[in-house]
Design a protein around this ligand. Structure first.
Ligand SMILES: [Zn+2]
Length: 313
């Protein structure tokens, strides 16, 4: 963690807790596009969404944004230690900042030890063939991958049970998926293991009170995913500070803003929150200011994700 933000002492205390049940590693924390400007990325990071979740002997990753390239480099080390390895990738949605890193995800090309299990909505799973490795706009097609690739299409409301172990005993990991409001759809995921819970929710936007029932349901889904979780990893790309009222002119782009997130976190009674999918134009001071505003407004310990940050629950 960068030390730029100290709003969440409970999370900081847990950073080196090797006995934790759920480990979260942030490989990409930007929304929309990769950023390289030093004044923007220093202390936060510039790669797009990729969050590793390790539970028991299982490795999950939520999305494969440009941060996935470095995640792949790390995974080579794990592959070297094992006979075989299954990576469970949970896709949130099809927008490019959530899969562009897979095109440079080394283990897919180089490791026959890897089984790559992709879970997501049917059209997202299809995108893996049609966009990520189409052999046309990208030189590699899916048949050229060394890893075995399996697909599991799911719908909102799906509950995935992954058998694992805890201290040598069988123990299930339960993952619930629900749709949240974003153009083209977006799945949020909630992990539960031995009573600990984590929600990872990237792109979503407030649904107004006059919206139709099907959109109201997406708003309820957002709260359900977060209800009582030990940690909510969630986006808050926009703010309503007086110097850059981005939330107003980006309405309809599908992203969260400070005042709405405060209400959501409070109504879901989240125990702690880490903000991610930072706006590509947000410098470290603004990222910290947004996290502080959410913390102060909600009363819930809230900090912001930095690239290479690890948290243990
Ligand atoms: Zn995004």
């Amino acid at each position: 963690m960068s030390g730029l933000n100290s709003t969440s002492p409970a999370v900081l205390e847990n950073l080196n807790d090797e006995d934790g049940l759920i480990k979260i590693d942030f490989w990409g924390v930007r929304g929309s596009r990769t950023v390289t400007e030093p004044e923007i990325i220093t202390g936060v990071g510039g790669y797009t969404s990729c969050v590793q979740v390790t539970i028991g002997d299982k490795i999950f990753v939520v999305d494969g944004g440009s941060g996935a390239t470095n995640f792949g480099n790390w995974l080579f080390g794990e592959l070297a230690k094992r006979e075989e390895l299954t990576l469970h990738m949970l896709f949130t949605h099809k927008h490019i900042d959530h899969w562009c890193g897979l095109q440079f995800f080394g283990p897919l090309f180089a490791s026959k030890k890897l089984t790559f299990e992709i879970t997501g909505s049917e059209e997202n799973v299809e995108k893996f063939h049609k966009n990520v490795f189409d052999g046309d706009t990208f030189p590699v097609d899916v048949s050229m991958l060394a890893a075995r690739v399996h697909y599991t299409p799911i719908e909102s409301g799906a509950v995935i049970v992954v058998p694992s172990t805890y201290r040598g005993q069988p123990e299930n990991i339960v993952i619930e998926a629900l749709s949240v409001n974003h153009p083209g759809g977006c799945l949020g995921y909630r992990f539960t293991f031995r009573g600990k819970s984590l929600a990872v929710i990237f792109d979503h936007e407030e649904v107004g009170p006059d919206a139709p029932e099907e959109l109201q349901q997406l708003e309820r889904n957002l709260v359900e995913l977060l209800r009582g979780v030990d940690l909510g990893v969630i986006e808050c790309q926009y703010h309503e500070f007086e110097d850059e009222p981005k939330a107003r002119y980006m309405k309809g782009w599908g992203h969260e803003r400070v005042s709405h997130l405060i209400e959501v976190l409070k109504s879901a009674q989240v125990k702690e929150a880490i903000l991610t999918h930072h706006d590509p134009a947000a410098n470290p001071a603004l990222v910290a200011r947004i996290a502080n505003a959410v913390h102060e407004g909600s009363g819930i310990p809230t900090t912001f994700a930095c690239e290479r940050m690890s948290v243990v629950l």
